[in-house]
Design a protein around this ligand. Structure first.
Ligand code: NAD
Length: 445
């Protein structure tokens, strides 16, 4: 986030002044750097879990200095909380209190990751209580962190264990700089399948990826991030955006497809393009989206219908065509929004479409799994784009203050990183989920 306020409170004598005045000072977030260590210091693992030792072994194979249960007074790059064996809320105390003390040793950009289980209606009440309690505790813990540190959780479901490939992929994502703007979130792993990448620098090596709405904004950032991670790109946008689209295609050494995603044959045209140029299709990212904001009392049919048509109806139709094509192992990631979770004044149409995306991925998971694939969504919050840069500085600064622990908006790159992680082979056990990339915004659940 390079803007005047951020620079002023973080550099030179104005930083000292801002500190003395008690002004909010957003930290520089730790983002992905393939040449950097996974975490900025030793990792303290607290608690126990079946396969916890295998998890520690894998962490060590990633070059992490793992300390089981005791790190002395060392500064810490992260803390892992193994909580999946707890059966009563009273058992939380010793682990959470030890974690609390260790938080004082957490370095800037540090990470807290919990492993627990989802609370189910079929659980014994005490078991469900502790499991749901972990959800509340971890989100609260995240709000207490400073210096760009974040806290997230992994939920083990069905056959998933602490060393399942998708648990390890989620662990790598949450520990790394890729998750810089994901805070207070849980990812549920419900399968044991998947394979870790040969190199986490190129986790999408050779994958053929389609990104819709890729001529600018978040879509262009997704295309560039996927290319950085080894993918071959097909970038899609409206014919009217053809110049910008060609530029992005050149930047990522990919091919451009001019296409309105609301066309009834949009899915078929994407498949045809991918097959003719690359022989296959591995991943589709439904990013194209529009807003036509108006209070519902003043809403007209054109505004409502166009948002539904672009943001959700087109995706439902394209998914049917993608499934019918029988592409083995196809992955889909769709763009939702925190507006679709929490609601937003003036956005009933947009929130209906983005809530729709969340419902769509949940209900489509089984169909994609039947073909060896997955479908998930990412819900961005306040993302710093050309659009938000036009908001007056004062209003923008206030908007960021509702992001209490990170105190800044995210970048398009942060959204792209989360999408990439959900597309890794190793994330095969994560399906039907919506991952928020929102800096634990107060807006939303
Ligand atoms: P943007 O307006 O900058 O870019 C959207 C792109 O989609 C444009 O290039 C546009 O030409 C293309 N597009 C629109 N309609 C299309 C159609 N019918 N067919 C093909 N392409 C079409 O938007 P953005 O801010 O980059 O947002 C990208 C996605 O992220 C959207 O789905 C948006 O709803 C979602 N999102 C954005 C934010 C944010 O803060 N920017 C927050 C939450 C969700």
């Amino acid at each position: 986030m390079a803007d005047k306020y951020f620079e002023l409170v973080n550099s030179g004598f104005t930083a000292t002044l801002a500190k003395k005045l008690g002004l909010p000072r957003p930290a520089r977030l730790r983002r992905w750097d393939a040449s950097a260590d996974l975490v900025p210091g030793p990792l303290l693992v607290l608690g126990s879990s079946a396969h916890g030792q295998q998890l520690s072994d894998t962490l060590m194979s990633w070059g992490v200095d793992v300390r089981r249960n005791d790190a002395g007074s060392a500064k810490l790059g992260g803390i892992i909380l193994l909580l999946d064996e707890l059966e009563h809320p009273e058992q939380l105390s010793p682990l959470m209190l030890r974690a609390g003390k260790a938080l004082r040793q957490l370095l800037p950009g540090g990470r807290v990751v919990s492993i627990s289980r989802p609370a189910l209606a079929t659980d014994a009440p005490a078991v469900a209580a502790v499991r749901q309690g972990i959800d509340g505790a971890l989100r609260s813990l995240g709000r207490e962190l400073r210096g760009g540190a974040i806290a997230n959780g992994i939920l083990l479901s069905g056959p998933a264990q602490a060393d399942s490939p998708s648990v390890l992929s989620a662990m790598h994502f949450f520990l790394s700089g890729r998750s810089a703007y994901v805070d207070g979130q849980f990812v549920q792993v419900s399968g044991h399948e998947g394979e870790l990448p040969q190199s986490f620098a190129k986790p999408l090596e050779g994958k053929v990826v389609v990104v819709t709405g890729a001529a600018r904004g978040i879509g262009a950032a997704i295309a560039k991030t996927m290319a950085r991670d080894g993918a071959k790109l097909i970038v899609v946008d409206m014919p009217a955006a053809s110049d910008a689209l060609s530029k992005v295609a050149n930047q990522v050494s990919g091919t451009a497809l001019q296409l309105d995603v609301t066309a009834t044959d949009a899915g078929e045209r994407i498949i045809e393009h991918a097959r003719s140029r690359y022989g296959t299709l591995d991943l589709v990212i439904h990013n194209a989206g529009i807003t036509r904001d108006k209070l519902l009392a003043n809403m007209d049919a054109a505004r409502w219908d166009s948002v539904i048509a672009v943001n959700i109806a087109s995706q439902l139709r394209m998914n049917e065509q993608l499934l019918a094509a029988g592409l083995p192992g196809l992955r889909v990631v769709s763009l939702a929004s925190t507006s679709g979770i929490a609601g937003n004044r003036g956005q009933t149409n947009y929130a209906a479409s983005k809530g729709g995306v969340i419902g769509m991925v949940r209900a489509s998971a089984a169909d994609f799994a039947a073909k060896g694939g997955t479908i998930n969504a990412v819900a961005p919050g306040f993302i710093e784009t050309e659009m938000t840069a036009k908001i007056p500085l004062g209003t923008r600064t206030v908007a960021r203050m509702v992001l209490p622990s990170l105190m800044q908006g995210g970048l398009p790159l942060d959204v792209a990183e989360a999408i990439g992680f959900l597309a890794w082979d190793a994330s095969a056990g994560i399906n039907g989920q919506t991952l928020r990339v929102c800096g634990q915004s107060l807006v939303g659940a």
